[in-house]
Design a protein around this ligand. Structure first.
Ligand SMILES: Nc1ncnc2c1ncn2[C@@H]1O[C@H](COP(=O)(O)OP(=O)(O)OP(=O)(O)O)[C@@H](O)[C@H]1O
Length: 254
C-alpha cells in the first residue's frame, strides 16, 4: 500500500500540490483526473519519488519512501512518463531495460531475465517487432513496448502518466484492457487519464483534483454522482447503457 500524508510539492519553491492525503488501494486501478495544470503529473511524480516533496511523508507498506535505495525502489514501483524521447534501440533492448533494477553487479542478464523479457514481449503481442528499432514503430506499437518494459520491471505498483494520449480509440481501449490485465496480475495501478468516460469505466477508484488539491477520492459511481466533475469541467453529464450487455458509459457535454 502506498500512502501520502500531508504532501506538498512543486517546482522552484512554488507549491503546486498541497495537503495531499491519500492511500492508493492495493490491487486497484486508480485514475487521477482534473483540468489541465491542476497538478496530476506533479502528484504522480511526487508519489513515485521522482520529485521530492516540500513536506509530508510517503510510505510504501508502512516504510518511508526515502529509506529505500534507488534499486530497491525500482523493484517496488515503475513509472511510465507521458513525454519520452524515442531511443535508437530495438524493442528487445528497451524491454530489457525493465530488468536493470534486478540485475546483479555485472549487469549481465541471466536466463531468468531473458525469459521474463520474452514473456513481456509475448504478452504484449510484440514478437514480430522484437528486432525492430523503436523509431520505426507507430505511436500505438511503441506504447505497447513501453508497457512491456514496465511488465519486465515487474513491480507491484505501476504509475502511468496519460498512457492513452495520441492513440486512436481502438489503441486507447487496447491499452486500457492491458491495464486491466496488469490489475489481474495483482498490481496496483495509478494513472493520469484525460478521457473522463475511460477513467470512470476502467477504474476502481477516481481521484479528482482541482488547483493542486484532492476534491474527492471515491468509486467512479460516487464521483459521478457527486457532480464535482460537472462543476470543475463546466460540463453536464449523463449515464447511458450501451451494447448488448448494456455496459455503463458516461457522456459529458456542454
Ligand atoms: N518542471 C516544471 N517546472 C516548473 N513548473 C512546472 C513544471 N512542471 C509543471 N509545472 C507547473 O505545475 C503546474 C501543474 O502541472 P502538472 O503537469 O502537474 O499538471 P497536470 O494536471 O498534469 O496538467 P496536464 O493535464 O496539462 O498534463 C502547472 O502550472 C505547470 O506549469
Amino acid at each position: 500500500m502506498i500512502r501520502l500524508d500531508k504532501i506538498s510539492a512543486g517546482y522552484n519553491k512554488v507549491e503546486i500540490i498541497k495537503n495531499i492525503n491519500i492511500s492508493f488501494k492495493e490491487g486497484n486501478i486508480t485514475s487521477i483526473i482534473g483540468k489541465n495544470g491542476c497538478g496530476k503529473t506533479t502528484l504522480l511524480r511526487t508519489a513515485s519519488n521522482i520529485l521530492k516533496p516540500f513536506g509530508g511523508e510517503i510510505t510504501i507498506g508502512g516504510k518511508d519512501i526515502k529509506s529505500f535505495k534507488n534499486k530497491e525502489l525500482a523493484k517496488k514501483l515503475s513509472f511510465l512518463p507521458q513525454i519520452r524521447t524515442v531511443p535508437n534501440i530495438t524493442v528487445y533492448q528497451l524491454v530489457m531495460h525493465g530488468r536493470y533494477p534486478h540485475l546483479g553487479f555485472s549487469r549481465t542478464p541471466k536466463n531468468e531475465d531473458k525469459e521474463i523479457v520474452e514473456k513481456a514481449i509475448e504478452d504484449m503481442r510484440l514478437n514480430k517487432y522484437l528486432d525492430k528499432n523503436l523509431q520505426e514503430l507507430s505511436g500505438g506499437q511503441r506504447q505497447k513496448v513501453y508497457i512491456a518494459m514496465v511488465l519486465a520491471q515487474d513491480t507491484d505498483i505501476v504509475f502511468l502518466d496519460e498512457p492513452t494520449t495520441y492513440l486512436d480509440v481502438n489503441h486507447q481501449l487496447e491499452i486500457l484492457e492491458i491495464v486491466k490485465e496488469l490489475k489481474k496480475m495483482g498490481k496496483t495501478i495509478i494513472m493520469v487519464l484525460h478521457d473522463l468516460n475511460n477513467a470512470l469505466t476502467y477504474s476502481d477508484q477516481i481521484c479528482l483534483m482541482e488547483n493542486g488539491e484532492i476534491v474527492i477520492y471515491d468509486s467512479p459511481q460516487a464521483v459521478y454522482e457527486s457532480k464535482e466533475i460537472d462543476r470543475i469541467f463546466k460540463v453536464s453529464s449523463q449515464q447511458v447503457e450501451v451494447g448488448e450487455d448494456e455496459k455503463k458509459q458516461y457522456v459529458f457535454y456542454i
